[in-house]
Design a protein around this ligand. Structure first.
Ligand code: ATP
Ligand code: MG
Length: 385
């Protein structure tokens, strides 16, 4: 069996509901590690995960994606007996690659009844290692290896590394959102960042089948599959806006079509939120990127709903967004060249300074309620697992 110590950001918990945070994190750990035969034990201020040795690599890979984790360490576990600890330290150091010639011991005891204090432990274990391996030297500043030793209440843990976790808050601890997921680069990244701050989400994708291909819808399914690895199963709602686009084309000037379509998307999203009891919208909007994302455009678009809209990418540069997309492995999928409902009928010169009054005048010529109702009748939902 392997043991991994899992740490979360205690400092970030001040003033928060700590119990809920820990429970959510424990549920998320359980979900992420299911079918790996792992047990999760909650201790004061951290967790330990126990799994068969063969599953260790998969477990550490999955832990690296769980929001809320600050770091984790595969550990060697032994009893309190000082001879056992010495033997364990020697066994661990023996496995080090041959270049690791300098080391230091960092011992700690949560159990203050233990007969040796931390400096004494450092001393005893350091001396033992020097005796076992004469080519090693102790170096307190920037050694090639640090062996941490923790005397707990029941056991002693020894480990060489703290693998950084992704930080953030446990997914689900901040509430439930609806992610507007296009097939582009930005919205999957926005969804990932929302999860990072503890939001869980359902996703909605607006398509124009048969004007857009089924492939572009499959692409969105693939994006959900990638995002799911960081959180949970994702309910994906797909809604056709084909009829809405036809109505806009007949009744409104082409240079306003993007703004008008976006406003319809928000209205549909709001209705879905009512249906699914979701509190907030998340989009991949980014200030200044395209015509529909000038300050005026974002303002006019968002006035179609009274819902709170979060835009995690608002201040990011494209390069920063792309770097995250690559890190979370959505980039390659996002750049597949399938058409999106927004890329068909793109006007030659969309307005960049839309006026709300003008937009509303054109909307008065449309039967908005009927269009929304007809669009919602096309709703198809699948759970991406
Ligand atoms: P993305 O890369 O996410 O497509 P973008 O930079 O192309 O973003 P826009 O096309 O202006 O920006 O879209 C802005 C946001 O509106 C998207 O990030 C997404 O949240 C939402 N959105 C756009 N098109 C769709 C769609 N077909 N279905 C669902 N949401 C969409
Ligand atoms: Mg787009």
């Amino acid at each position: 069996m392997s043991t991994i110590l899992v740490r979360y950001g205690e400092i970030a918990l001040k003033g928060r509901n700590r119990g809920q945070f820990e429970q959510q994190l424990q549920r998320n750990l359980k979900g992420a590690l299911q079918n790996l035969d792992a047990t999760i034990i909650r201790h004061r201020g951290r967790f330990s995960v126990h799994c068969p040795d063969a599953a260790l690599q998969k477990v550490t890979m999955r832990l690296g994606r769980i929001f809320g984790l600050v770091s984790f360490s595969p550990v060697y576990e032994t009893v309190h007996d000082i001879e056992a600890i010495k033997a364990a330290a020697a066994a661990i150091v023996k496995e080090l690659p041959s270049g690791n010639k300098t080391f230091k011991i960092m011992a700690r005891r949560s159990n203050k009844d233990y007969p040796y204090n931390s400096p004494e432990l450092n001393q005893i274990l350091g001396a033992h290692l020097l005796q076992c391996y004469p080519d090693l030297t102790v170096q307190l500043d920037d050694p090639s290896s640090i062996l941490e030793v923790e005397i707990g209440y029941q056991n002693t843990y020894l480990y060489l590394e703290r693998i950084p976790g992704p930080g953030g808050l446990p997914v689900g601890s901040s509430g439930r959102a609806l992610l507007l997921l296009s097939g582009g680069i930005d919205s999957p990244v926005a969804g990932w960042l929302a999860m990072k701050r503890g939001l869980s989400f359902e996703a909605v994708h607006f398509h124009s089948f048969p004007l857009t291909s089924k492939r572009s819808q499959e692409k969105v399914v693939d994006l959900c599959r990638k995002l799911m690895l960081y959180g949970h199963n994702i309910p994906l709602h797909e809604v056709s806006v084909t009829k809405i686009q036809e109505a806009l084309r007949k009744n409104c000037p082409a240079d306003l079509s993007v703004i008008l379509l976006r406003r319809m998307m928000l209205r549909l999203a709001e209705k879905l939120c009512e249906l699914r009891k979701l509190k907030v919208l998340v989009t991949g909007e980014n200030l200044g990127q395209v015509a529909s994302q000038t300050l005026d455009s974002i303002d006019v678009i968002s006035k179609a709903t009274r819902m709170l809209i979060l835009r995690p990418l608002i201040s990011f540069d494209k390069l920063e967004i792309t770097a995250i997309a690559e890190k979370i492995d959505t980039y390659e999928t996002s750049i597949l060249p399938y058409e999106d409902c927004c890329t068909i009928f793109v006007p030659a010169s969309p307005v960049t300074k839309p006026k709300l009054a003008v937009i509303e005048r054109f909307e008065q010529n449309l039967d908005l309620d009927l269009l929304l109702e007809e669009a919602l009748e096309t709703l198809e939902t699948q759970i991406i697992k």
